[in-house]
Each structure stands twice: as structure tokens, then as C-alpha cells.
Design a protein around this ligand. Structure first.
Ligand code: G3P
Length: 218
């Protein structure tokens, strides 16, 4: 399973990249707005830190402008995945960019039928938003299960399922159990994956016993 971090904060991205466990980054207009920085500069900086796919979202909603924006974003670095919304124009843009060899992440997916369209449009990633479905008392992880099963029926679908709107470690465990390819996760949730109180307790006991031996390894 690949881990992407869902943030545009370069310091948080650097910290997580240091772990060696980060496979990519996703951004969106809301995350860019939080940084208060220039979009194109931030994205270029992120692409220098992380060599895996870095999603950068178009702002237009019509095909011609989305395509022009997508091409400009793709020109920033080889590891850009242009993010387009799951609309008619978005999928049209996805098809053209994908055929031209650009990675495309189709975002704001809330149904299996939308995911089928994205795969047919050649998306590199489909981003179903599990947390936002859960917020409406709809089973977000059930959608991930449906999409993974549907894609597995068609070997010519190469689109990877990128679980988005992740809110908790349980979302990640459930997505991994289903076999989703990628989860994009807020930094705090990614860091929380390391934690277990029994690890802390066990380590404290080992260290205290080791000290009693008076030995040193180096
Ligand atoms: O990956 C999409 C994500 O940024 C949306 O998350 O928590 O606003 O639903 P959220």
C-alpha cells in the first residue's frame, strides 16, 4: 500500500519524507489556501522533496482552460499528477492528458459509477472521499470495496484507487484490508500510525533492564 500525505505544508512534507515511508503528496485548493503561499512555487518545492506523484489541482471548470492549466502544472516537474474534478469536462481533460503521458488524479469521487468513468478516461488515480461519505452516514469504505472489486474485473483498467478524505488510522487499516492501492492521509493521522502505548511501555522496560547490565553495544 502506498502512503501519500494530504497537505501542502512543506515543513510537514519534509518531516514525513525523512521517515522514508512517504510515496507521494496530494494537494487541493483548500490546502494551498491554508499555506498562504503561491501555488506554483509550493508545488515546485514539493516536487523537489518527494520524488513520487505530487497532485496539483486545476482551478478551471471548462475543458479548454482545464487542459491549459493541466499542461502548465504538468510542466512543473515529471512527477506531477494533474488533479481534475469528476465532471464531464474534468474527465475529458483526463483523457487528453493521460493519452499525452501525464499522470491524472480524478478527485471528488463519491460513487462507483463515477469511478468506472474515471478508469475509462485513463485516470492514473481515482480519489473517492471516504470521510465525507461517512459524514453523511453513508459507508465510505463500502465504496472503496465496490470500486476495488469492479476494477479487478477489468484487467485493462489500470487506475489506482487512492483513498482520500481519510480521518483516522482505522480508515487506513480498512483500506489496506480491502487492498486499495494508495491512501492519502493528513500528517497527524500518518504520525499516529506509529503509536502504541504497549510499544512505549515495553521499550521503557527494555531500556531500564539494559542499563542494569552495564553493557554497551558500541
Ligand atoms: O484528500 C481530500 C481531502 O483533502 C479532503 O479531506 O477531510 O476535507 O474531507 P476532508
Amino acid at each position: 500500500m502506498k502512503f501519500f500525505v494530504d497537505t501542502a505544508n512543506i515543513d510537514e512534507i519534509r518531516d514525513l519524507a525523512d521517515t522514508g515511508l512517504l510515496d507521494g503528496v496530494t494537494t487541493n485548493p483548500s490546502l494551498i489556501a491554508k499555506t498562504g503561499r503561491n501555488f506554483l512555487n509550493v508545488v515546485a518545492e514539493i516536487c523537489e522533496v518527494v520524488k513520487g506523484p505530487v497532485s496539483a489541482e486545476v482551478a478551471a471548470t471548462d475543458f479548454e482552460t482545464m487542459l491549459a492549466e493541466g499542461r502548465k502544472l504538468a510542466g512543473i516537474a515529471d512527477n506531477i499528477a494533474v488533479k481534475v474534478p469528476l465532471t464531464r469536462d474534468g474527465l475529458k481533460t483526463c483523457k487528453v492528458l493521460s493519452e499525452g503521458g501525464t499522470m491524472v488524479n480524478v478527485t471528488l469521487c463519491f460513487s462507483a459509477n463515477q469511478a468506472i468513468l474515471a478508469a475509462k478516461a485513463g485516470a492514473t488515480f481515482i480519489s473517492p472521499f471516504v470521510g465525507r461519505l461517512d459524514d453523511l452516514a453513508t459507508d465510505g469504505m463500502g465504496l472503496i470495496d465496490d470500486i476495488c472489486q469492479i476494477y479487478a474485473n477489468y484487467p485493462n483498467f489500470t487506475t489506482e484507487v487512492l483513498v482520500a478524505s481519510v480521518r483516522s488510522p482505522m480508515h487506513i487499516v480498512d483500506a489496506a484490508r480491502i487492498g486499495a492501492h494508495v491512501a492519502t492521509v493528513p500528517p497527524a493521522v500518518l504520525w499516529s500510525l506509529f503509536n502504541h502505548p504497549l510499544t512505549d511501555k515495553g521499550l521503557a522496560a527494555f531500556l531500564s533492564d539494559w542499563e542494569k547490565t552495564g553493557q554497551s553495544i558500541l
